[in-house]
Design a protein around this ligand. Structure first.
Ligand SMILES: [Zn+2]
Ligand SMILES: [Zn+2]
Length: 493
């Protein structure tokens, strides 16, 4: 019965986002490229792309797989080319950012807002290689934050040019990963402060502008691992930006090898043992097939805080209350994955429904003290995989504020969300994962974890088989999930 209800419900009330709507949202942000200062000399742009013929490609993929399998200390070095299938334009390709800018053309469009970009097959394959103990370290020139988002442990990653979603504390070195794009680049102060009790210093963004020196901490760990590496695999980089592009060469002295997968030629091709001209996702998928390693789905979980303030009116007949839906990064921080919130009242039909369309999301009401009811929130998502919303029910009881805060096992809750999302391939499930009742402030703050993106990566055909069937498959179809799961059951908060 539930299955049927769910499907009918979706058919009737949840139109999937049309392509046009997605495109309009996509024009919002190209990420940091628009913020970089304009400089005349960005190196070679508009570089020609090369494609190895299918049989050559297949043979090279097998060779690469053998090299990866044999390696004792594999280091992967990544550039913009591993994120183009995530909808983020590269810099030097025929439609790259610098290329079009130098031709006086409009900048290329990202296919999704930067903060909703999903990891490519390559990002997720690297996560599997790390878990399998094969990949020891990742060095990235990308600022899109997708390596961390995909699940590469922070201590096994050097982000040489920064991360658009990270802020750091210049005093204690604490790092904060945000779900919104940090507003500045060039290591400037942001509007937020360090959360460490004895610190509270103003945070800074981590993304380098042209004149900024590479961060010492990232550079030294990158160098260390390149020296230890017996194989440095360069993926989707034209190896043009110094000093980053010289890092892979550091493996050579200790007898290490370099392999390059890129559509354009690079100045380091002559130093490499293997150069593959092919789409990075296709090559990496081929290597994974060959190693018999499966690529697990990407599950994105976002968080919101729901803050309910209650005050009894002077005549003790009413409760004046305020409901706030806010970012977990602070009440003033943006909540970029939420488009709007529809508020309705269960068991109390005569209470007026409301639609909150602007941030901060806030609802003020006065209700009679004799009533118990449930506030139901439908949180509508902004662009992403196209899943439209999640629903959260908040019981509103006569007690003003309870003194006891329930204790949630956050890790178990998140793991359960991930497992269910993997089984269902759907976004929209949520669960309360943290709660703080504050009697003095008359508030209850609950953090909800929400699955906002599920991406599955099917096994790819071998390159030569793919050629005869007309390609490696539609990139779009990799990112489909099956729509929001409607929770009919009342959640117990
Ligand atoms: Zn600090
Ligand atoms: Zn989805």
């Amino acid at each position: 019965m539930f299955e049927k209800t769910k499907r009918e419900y979706q058919k009737k009330t949840i139109p999937r986002r049309g392509k046009k709507e997605r495109e309009i949202e996509g024009t919002m942000s190209l990420g940091y490229a628009e913020k970089l200062s304009y400089i005349e000399d960005v190196g070679e742009v508009g570089m020609k792309e090369f494609f190895d013929p299918p049989l050559v490609l297949q043979e090279k993929i097998e060779r690469l797989a053998a090299m990866v399998k044999k390696s004792k200390h594999l280091v992967v070095f990544t550039g913009a080319g591993i994120s183009t299938s995530s909808g983020i334009p590269d810099f030097r390709g025929p439609k790259g950012i610098w290329t079009l800018q130098r031709e006086g053309k409009a900048l290329p469009q990202a296919s999704l807002p930067f903060h909703r970009a999903m990891p490519s097959m390559t990002h997720m394959a690297l996560v599997e290689l790390e878990k399998a103990g094969i990949l020891k370290f990742v060095i990235s020139q990308n600022v899109d934050g997708l390596h961390l988002r995909s699940g590469i442990p922070r201590e096994k990653l050097a982000e040489l040019h920064g991360n658009s979603f990270m802020e750091t504390c210049p005093s204690c070195g604490a790092e904060y990963i945000r779900d919104f794009e940090v507003e500045t680049i060039g290591l400037k102060e942001t509007s937020r402060h360090c959360a460490k009790a004895n610190c509270k210093r103003k945070l800074r963004d981590t993304v380098l502008d042209w004149e900024d020196a590479l961060p010492q901490r990232e550079m030294s760990s990158a160098e260390k691992h390149c020296k230890m590496a017996d194989l440095v695999l360069c993926l989707g980089t034209s190896l043009q930006i110094t000093p980053a592009c010289n890092l892979p060469l550091k493996s050579l002295r200790g007898g290490g090898k370099i392999a390059i997968v890129n559509l354009q030629r690079t100045p380091k091709d002559g130093k490499a043992s293997l150069v593959i001209h092919g789409l990075v996702d296709k090559v990496v998928a081929g290597v994974m097939n060959s190693l018999n390693l499966e690529i697990h789905p990407f599950i994105r979980i976002d968080f919101v805080q729901i803050i309910l303030n209650k005050n009894i009116s002077g005549d003790e007949r009413f409760i004046n209350w305020t409901l706030r839906v806010a970012s977990v990064h602070g009440q003033k921080a943006p909540l970029p994955f939420v488009k709007s919130i529809e508020v309705t009242f269960l068991d109390e039909e005569k209470y007026k429904a409301a639609v909150l369309e602007d941030q901060p999301f806030l609802l003020k009401r006065r209700t009679g003290r004799e009533r118990e009811f449930e506030i139901r929130l439908r949180i509508n998502f902004t662009g992403g995989c196209g899943c439209p919303f999640t629903e959260i029910s908040i019981p509103f009881d006569r007690e003003v504020i309870l003194t006891e805060s329930p204790d949630y096992n956050r890790e178990a809750i998140l793991q359960d969300l991930r497992d269910t999302a993997t089984q269902d391939s759907t976004c929209g499930r949520n669960a309360a994962c943290w709660r703080k009742n504050n009697v003095a402030a008359r508030s209850e703050t609950t953090t909800y974890a929400i699955v906002t993106n599920v991406v599955s990566y099917p096994k790819l055909l071998k390159a030569h088989e793919a050629e005869s069937t007309g390609g490696i498959g539609d990139l779009k179809s990799w990112t489909e999930c099956f729509g929001t799961t409607i929770r009919r059951k009342r959640s117990k908060v």
